[in-house]
Design a protein around this ligand. Structure first.
Ligand SMILES: *Cc1c(COP(=O)(O)O)cnc(C)c1O
Length: 367
């Protein structure tokens, strides 16, 4: 029997193959390899999809976070508060912007930024909050924006795992002053290489991001600020436009798959199912369950032909690269406990009910 992958990018490609081929032909004919008309068209379409006025395409999601922070004026001497349970790129981007990441533990129900822990993390140097919409659902934005408002802080969303997700009817990427997203191939909206974007309601901030991402230049050879090279490719924009047209449908199929897992797993003892936070429409970038003895369980599932994942096995504060933050084991107990128990089951729009039954069978046997 064919192994079941964690994600199936070949199946995703099959659905857009023709449109992508035609689009690539257009790019080859015009040689608009970096930026260009396809990128502008995608930016407009993604802004509309997200319900924001502006979208700026950049080279990847990590750059998107860095440039969003820098555009908001955050840098040396500033602290940015973000959840301990996230991909390292969230913290990496803060450091690259010149600021200091301050981690807070997550809540145990949803593993998202816990607003109750923010007051203890906020000090005189705090300039911004960076909530992460992990696994496909938004962090609780109302209380986060409330804390930010009272302390005069900027809110930048890390929306890399949540394209199309909603909270109280408002899209991921439309809650903060700015938001950053990633179109890494495995994300809900994935390119065929690296790409990312910043969304914002502010024309001024959008312009600042665009300037920073293009060597601080709006006119050729005129450099008004110190920037970087972070621009979107025309070929990626072609793929993203084709997939964006189908994103709402793809997310609906992920939701169906998540509901099927919940039914199939309801009577399996020893599995804690993922929960949807109030007000959220989840897009199931990942389907993360919790089990005891996770390392043996994942190894056994692998032998049975099911490729599960772990997002993420070692939290940011315990990574050698972040030793400079001075943290150790025990500093963020909810994140640490989760890191030992979490298991991401295969999920993608094209997963079949039979595949999901095999996943659940393998998990049940492994337990
Ligand atoms: C993928 C991801 C990023 C980084 O995006 P890249 O495009 O890989 O640079 C940042 N934050 C989170 C939560 C992510 O999942």
């Amino acid at each position: 029997m064919k192994p079941i992958p964690l994600v199936d990018l070949a199946a995703a490609h099959a659905e857009v193959a023709e449109e992508v081929r035609e689009g690539f032909e257009r790019i080859l004919a015009t040689t608009a390899f970096v930026k260009g008309a396809e990128v502008t068209a995608f930016e407009n379409e993604y802004a509309e999809f997200s319900g924001v006025a502006h979208c700026v395409g950049v080279a990847n999601g990590t750059d998107a976070i860095e440039l969003a922070l820098r555009a908001a004026g955050i840098g040396a001497g500033d602290e940015v508060v973000l959840p301990a349970n996230t991909f390292v790129a969230s913290a990496e981007a803060v450091i690259r912007a010149g600021a200091r990441p301050v981690l807070v533990d997550v809540d145990d129900d949803f593993l998202l930024m816990d607003p109750a822990r923010l007051p203890d993390a906020i000090g005189p140097a705090t300039a911004a909050l960076l909530p992460v919409h992990l696994y496909g659902q938004l962090a609780p934005m109302a209380p986060i924006l409330d804390v930010a408002g009272r302390s005069g802080l900027t809110v930048v969303e890390d929306a890399a795992q949540s394209q199309g997700a909603l909270q109280d009817g408002r899209a991921s990427g439309a809650h903060g002053l700015l938001a950053a997203t990633s179109f890494y191939p495995g994300k809900n909206l994935g390119a065929y290489g690296d790409a990312g974007a910043v969304t914002t309601g502010s024309a001024e901030l959008a312009r600042a991001v665009r300037l920073l991402g293009d060597h601080g230049s709006e006119r050729k050879y005129e450099h008004v600020s110190f920037g970087v090279n972070s621009r979107m490719d025309g070929l990626q924009a072609v793929v993203l436009r084709a997939k964006l047209r189908r994103l709402a449908d793809a997310n609906a199929r992920r939701r169906e798959a998540a509901e099927r897992y919940a039914r199939l797993l309801a009577d399996v003892p020893g599995v804690r199912l993922p929960a949807v936070a109030p007000g959220n429409e989840h897009v199931w970038h990942l389907y993360v369950v919790r089990v005891e003895g996770r390392d043996e369980v994942i190894a056994r599932m692998q032998e049975l032909g099911v490729h599960a994942g772990i997002h993420y096995p070692v939290p940011v504060h315990l990574q050698p690269a972040f030793g400079g933050l001075g943290h150790g084991q025990g500093d963020f107990p909810v994140t640490e406990r989760a890191a030992a128990e979490i298991l991401s089951l295969p999920i993608y729009p094209q997963i079949t009910p039979e595949q999901q039954e095999r996943v659940v069978e393998a998990l049940t046997k492994a337990l």
